[in-house]
Design a protein around this ligand. Structure first.
Ligand code: AMP
Length: 434
């Protein structure tokens, strides 16, 4: 084990603090996404941040396992921070739901943890928003997930994104005649790294007949719109499994066009994933502003079954930090939290009136900050200007149960309607919006 040099005032590599401006943008984005997903009938779930290591390992092969944060708790149990939300939800569904509960539409907003080489847009703790549609096997379910994915990204203002669809069964079908399973893994690995030179070399060595070799060599070019599916069909004539995968993908794509998404959605038959629970459709979301994927998903019909009860399932997730990066680069990021509208000050004698007046204002929906430092009027005006608070209100007494209030604009109003910094008596009920 290498020692890591650090100081206690740093955050660990790949983890970060989120200050109010960014936190406001992030939480607004998450809320908007949640409202959108609820409009399709998806219900939010939470799962534990950590799971038994074996549960995660059950869910995925070497790749996620390799990037796991593992630890041992005081009882000696081997635990891991969740590297995604799909595996915990699969465990939850297998153990908590029955066939009559299907189909199940679930969504989540949650932090996941992976050892990754940190850079802009790549963290070791990050937030995913995603949906899982469980207990529905056909192409309609997959098409819904594609449409939900497109819809939620659109609802966030991510104007430039695209979704690509692929299928694990196409490559798998083409290489099924090779007895050595490592050949298929090698091809997948080369595609994943976009190492086409190695890919070609592997195809030429793998001992398949000429027509399959030709189909495999064409694979990296099979990207585009629906006509790609036709070309793939011609190339895959000899492989029943590959043709079945194409039938399934064509059915999904056709439904996706019914959602009016042909501009957004393309086909990429060379798509492969490092996560190995996928069993059918593959989805990847991109934005030109981003060097990595924006979101990803697909069908995973065998994952839930690994936890004891078989359910077909399909889903999609996107990274919140990456969505924020795209919005930033598109120049459409919103400002931070709005400043309070009013700063209330009062001397010691009038604290009771100040506090009850502040409470009344808040009940009316006015954003109010109460001075806790004993600022003078001048200091309060300067502070309000610095913070972008429009007005300072001074509570100076009470008359027949109504507070006596004097108000000054912190900065000169643009219309020239009165100077800044001049306190005037106003009726409390006017401030209350009555
Ligand atoms: P995955 O579960 O690997 O398919 O990733 C799904 C989505 O999560 C990606 O498309 C990204 O938006 C996001 N994501 C994955 N890894 C990271 C990371 N290291 N940092 C930030 N976001 C990530």
């Amino acid at each position: 084990v290498k020692g890591v040099k650090y100081t206690v005032v740093q955050t660990p590599r790949g983890a970060k603090d989120i200050l109010p401006r960014e936190a406001y943008v992030k939480s607004r984005l998450e809320q908007r996404a949640a409202a959108y997903l609820e409009s399709w009938g998806y219900a939010r779930v939470y799962t534990p941040t950590f799971e038994f290591f074996d549960a995660i390992a059950q869910g995925d092969g070497p790749v996620l396992a390799d990037s796991l944060y593992r630890f041992v708790d005081r009882d000696g149990a081997a635990l891991a921070l969740r590297p995604d939300m799909t595996i915990p939800i699969a465990r939850m569904v297998a153990t908590r739901y029955q066939p009559e509960d299907m189909p199940l539409r679930l969504y989540y907003v949650g932090n996941v943890f992976r050892y990754a080489e940190p850079q802009a847009g790549r963290y070791r703790e990050f937030t995913q928003v995603g949906v899982e549609l469980i207990g529905a096997a056909g192409p309609r379910a997959d098409a819904e997930v594609v449409a939900v994915a497109a819809g939620v990204l659109e609802s966030l203002g991510l104007a430039s994104f695209r979704l690509d669809l692929g299928h694990v069964g196409y490559l798998r079908g083409l290489v099924e005649a090779v007895p050595d399973g490592r050949v298929g893994d090698g091809l997948k690995e080369a595609l994943l790294r976009r190492d086409y030179i190695r890919y070609e070399a592997l195809v030429n060595q793998c001992g398949l007949d000429a027509s399959r070799r030709q189909a495999l060599l064409a694979l990296p070019r099979l990207r585009g719109k629906g006509d790609v599916l036709e070309e793939a069909r011609r190339l895959a004539r000899g492989s029943r499994a590959a043709l079945e995968a194409l039938d399934n993908l064509s059915a999904i794509y056709e439904l996706v066009t019914l959602y009016g998404l042909e501009e957004r959605v393309g086909i990429d038959l060379a798509m492969t994933k490092d996560i190995d629970y996928y069993s059918g459709l593959l989805i990847e979301g991109y934005a030109p502003e981003l060097g990595f994927t924006l979101g990803s998903g697909g069908r995973y019909d065998t994952l839930v079954g690994r936890f004891g009860q078989d359910f077909a399932a399909t889903g999609f997730a996107f990274g919140v930090e990456r969505a924020m990066l795209v919005l930033d680069r598109l120049g459409v990021t919103e400002a931070g939290p709005p400043p309070p509208q009013l700063l209330l000050i009062a001397d010691d004698r009038c604290q009771a009136q100040l506090l009850s007046f502040a409470a009344a204002l808040r009940r009316r929906g006015v954003l109010v900050e109460v001075d806790v430092q004993g600022l003078s009027s001048e200091e309060a005006l300067a502070y309000a200007r610095r913070r972008g608070i429009a007005q300072v209100a001074r509570v100076v007494g009470e008359e027949a149960g109504t507070p006596l209030v004097e108000v000054a604009a912190a900065a000169a109003p643009p219309a020239g309607d009165g100077a800044a910094g001049v306190f005037r008596r106003v009726r409390a009920d006017r401030l209350l919006g009555a």
